[in-house]
Structure formats: structure tokens, C-alpha cells
Design a protein around this ligand. Structure first.
Ligand code: PLP
Length: 408
């Protein structure tokens, strides 16, 4: 089915929270880059797990224990199909932040040494900067930055030039959470691999909005955040090549990640369970599996097409507002619009928009180095999803004009 044939009003009705009012106004939720709203099927899958199957995984021989283990491993298998990867290469975790730290501490820390470099782009979220800084401090490696073009796209020539022999790792966002820029990750990862650089892709803002075929991207590591995909909070995943996972020591120690424990030493479990110490977020994983099924039922290509339509509409209307600047105008762009209005503070705008029922984010979006480059303290960010509507965009623009008037 094509995007044009989908009844988006019916899709929207799958999201109970979107029926809410806020401050007496219908909720207009334009903060999906922060966290995505959850369709009823995800809420129900999570509740059903607790209602009928709740037990711990991989420990009990009783019926519920088996059901819980099947549900948890079933979610892993569902997600593996969704991302075109093998289930035994998929680590379930709390989100991209955990995933990046796992790669940093388990893969990079034992390997990096003075003289090595870690390359990241200017547009990275702190989750793809700070773990590398911590590893650089401990190993004597240095952090290098690949800069952007004025439109917020990656300067690919500069990136290639920065891929010097001392670079061991490239950390790169698939999609920027501030600029919306979609990076050509497959071509970049190919180039990195040619030079022996291990690529770590932050897919947090890509996975909810476009088809992601991790195998086709050809990276070494790919992280995604479940709660932005319509899954429960505290869910996510890391995919890694088998040879990397096999060579990586555990990050956290405890139950589930071992085969045998003696006081003299322990034998660790095989990947991916080696990296899932302790009781996992079982219900969360089940919910995330349901979320990926939900996205697949609509089709991520349809979702991307729908969101491009909403992005074009919102951008056109925003640019009609005097003194409004949009940060991030790359030709390949997801439905994330960061903006500022001359003479107003983004916190004031966001606070007054909230009173109109409109939820946008204001701040630095966990991307301080990018905001420094943009030369602004903060921005407002309207981030759209397929469950938003053209009518909401009109109402948002009217609200923005009103609050802008109030701010003088
Ligand atoms: N990377 C990007 C690009 C993000 O937008 C986010 C979330 O805002 C993260 C990483 C971190 O995700 P989480 O906090 O779910 O681990």
C-alpha cells in the first residue's frame, strides 16, 4: 500500500494520548524526536505481558518462566527481522546511551592507545560524544571532529580528509536530532571500512522514521532507541558484527551474562546475552517488538513519505513568519525543525506554546557542540511524526503567531 492510500486519521486513532487536552486545548504533540507516542497495541502488549506472562527470563523451568523467555527472545527475533540482521547479533538494552557506552567500554577501551583518534561529526548527540571523551581520557586517544556545511549537511570532503590513518573509530548519527540532516551512512561506512575504521552509527532518529536495513548500511555497530520508535521507555538495541561481539569482554557483570561462576573466575555467556547482565526490561522488549511490528504494518517507506509531506508544509508556513530562522536545511532531511525567532527566547516561545496545547522542545537538545557552531544558546524544535496532521500544523502556526505577538 502506498502512503497516499493510507487512512492517516485511522492511524492517528491508534494513539490514545493524542486525544488528550492540555491546558484546555487539544494536544498538538510536536516533540517526537524527544520520545515517540505509543500506539495502543504497544501499551496492550506490555500490559498483557504483566497481566498474563510475568516471570523472569532464562532462569525458571515453570510455565510462566518459559513464556516470559519466549516473549523476550521473540521480541529479539522480531527486531532482528525488522532491521535485517541476525538475532544473535542483537543486544537488547535501555537505549542508545547504553549502546554507545557498551561499544566504548567493551570494544574501544581495551583497543585504543595514545596516538589513536576517534572521529565524530559536529552534529552528534552527547550520547555519541561523551562516551568517546571518557575513553579518550583513559586511553590517551584524541577526539577529532568532522565539520558541517552551512546548510547542516556533513561536509563529505572534510569527513574523508579527517579519516586519517590514526582514526580507529567513526561515530556518526544516521539522522541529526537537531538539524534533521539524513547522513549517507552506507557510503560513509564503506569508505571507513576501506580505511580500516570501525563505524558506529547512532540510529536513534532514523529508526522511527525510515526503513533501516542495518545489513545494507555495512557499519560495524548500529544503535537504536526503542522509545522513539513507539516502544516503551528504557528500551533499545545495539547491533554489532559477530566478530566484534565475540571479541568483546562483558561491560557489566552479574546474573544472566555468565555460564559458570567460581570464586577463582567466571565463564561468560555467549553474545548477545553476555552483554545483558541482570534482569532485563522484559515487558519493555515485548512492547518494542510490538512497536516494530506496528511500524512494519504501516510500512516505514510510507511513514517517511507522510512525514516528508508534513515537513514540507510546516517548513513553508514557518518561513512566512518574520524573523524566523530554521537551522538545518540539508536536501536530505527528516521532519525535525529547529528554529529561532529574532527578539524572542526559545524557552518563552515553548512555554507559551504549551499553554496553547502545543508541545515543542526548547533547549540545546543534548548537542552543545552543534549549538555552539550554530551560534545560538538554544533553539525551539518542532519534531513531527506520521501521526501528526496538516490541521495540527496550521494550529501550531496560528499559536506561534499569537505567542510571538505576546512576546513583542
Ligand atoms: N542519539 C540521538 C541522535 C538522540 O536523539 C537521542 C535521544 O534524544 C539519543 C542518542 C539518546 O537516546 P536515549 O536517551 O534513549 O539513550
Amino acid at each position: 500500500m502506498a502512503a497516499a492510500d493510507i487512512d492517516w486519521t485511522r492511524v492517528r486513532a491508534d494513539f490514545p494520548i493524542l486525544e488528550r487536552e492540555v491546558h484546555g486545548k487539544p494536544l498538538i504533540y510536536f516533540d517526537s524526536a524527544n520520545t515517540g507516542q505509543k500506539p495502543a497495541c504497544v501499551i496492550e502488549a506490555t500490559a498483557e505481558f504483566y497481566r498474563r506472562h510475568n516471570a523472569n527470563v532464562s532462569r525458571a523451568v515453570h510455565a510462566l518462566g518459559n513464556e516470559a523467555t519466549e516473549a523476550y527472545e521473540g521480541a529479539r527475533a522480531t527486531l532482528a527481522r525488522h532491521f535485517h540482521i541476525r538475532a544473535d547479533e542483537l543486544v537488547l538494552c535501555s537505549g542508545t546511551t547504553f549502546a554507545m557506552n557498551l561499544v566504548a567500554y567493551s570494544w574501544a577501551l581495551p583497543r585504543l592507545q595514545p596516538g589513536d583518534a576517534i572521529l565524530v561529526s559536529r552534529m552528534e548527540h552527547h550520547a555519541n560524544i561523551v562516551p568517546w571523551q571518557l575513553i579518550a581520557q583513559r586511553t590517551g586517544a584524541v577526539l577529532k571532529v568532522a565539520e558541517l556545511r552551512p546548510d547542516g549537511s556533513l561536509d563529505l570532503d572534510a569527513l574523508r580528509a579527517a579519516m586519517t590513518p590514526e582514526v580507529r573509530i567513526l561515530g556518526l548519527a544516521h539522522v541529526s536530532n537537531v538539524l534533521g540532516t539524513i547522513n549517507p551512512v552506507a557510503a560513509i561506512c564503506k569508505e571507513a571500512a576501506r580505511r580500516g575504521i570501525v563505524s558506529v552509527i547512532d540510529g536513534s532518529q532514523a529508526a522511527p522514521h525510515m526503513p533501516v536495513d542495518i545489513a545494507a548500511i555495512g557499519c560495524d555497530f548500529y544503535a537504536a532507541t526503542g522509545h522513539k520508535m513507539g516502544g516503551p521507555t528504557g528500551t533499545g538495541l545495539l547491533w554489532a558484527r559477530r566478530e566484534h561481539l565475540a571479541a568483546m569482554p562483558p561491560f557489566l557483570g552479574g546474573g544472566e551474562m555468565i555460564k559458570e561462576v567460581r570464586f577463582e573466575g567466571s565463564v561468560f555467556n555467549d553474545p548477545p546475552h553476555r552483554f545483558e547482565a541482570g534482569t532485563p526490561n522484559i515487558a519493555g522488549a515485548v512492547g518494542l517488538g510490538a512497536a516494530s511490528d506496528y511500524l512494519d504494518a504501516i510500512g516505514l517507506a510510507n511513514i517517511a513519505a507522510r512525514e516528508q509531506e508534513l515537513l514540507a508544509h510546516a517548513t513553508e508556513e514557518l518561513l512566512k513568519i518574520d524573523g524566523l530562522r530554521i537551522f538545518g536545511t540539508a536536501p536530505e532531511k527528516a521532519a525535525v525543525i529547529s528554529f529561532a525567532i529574532d527578539g524572542t527566547h526559545s524557552h518563552d516561545l515553548a512555554t507559551l506554546l504549551d499553554l496553547e496545547g502545543v508541545a515543542v522542545r526548547s533547549g540545546q537538545h543534548c548537542a552543545h557542540p552543534l549549538l555552539q557552531w550554530l551560534g545560538v544558546g538554544t533553539t525551539c524544535r518542532a519534531s513531527l511524526a506520521y501521526y501528526n496532521t496538516h490541521a495540527e500544523i496550521e494550529a501550531f502556526i496560528a499559536a506561534l503567531r499569537k505567542v510571538r505577538g505576546l512576546l513583542g
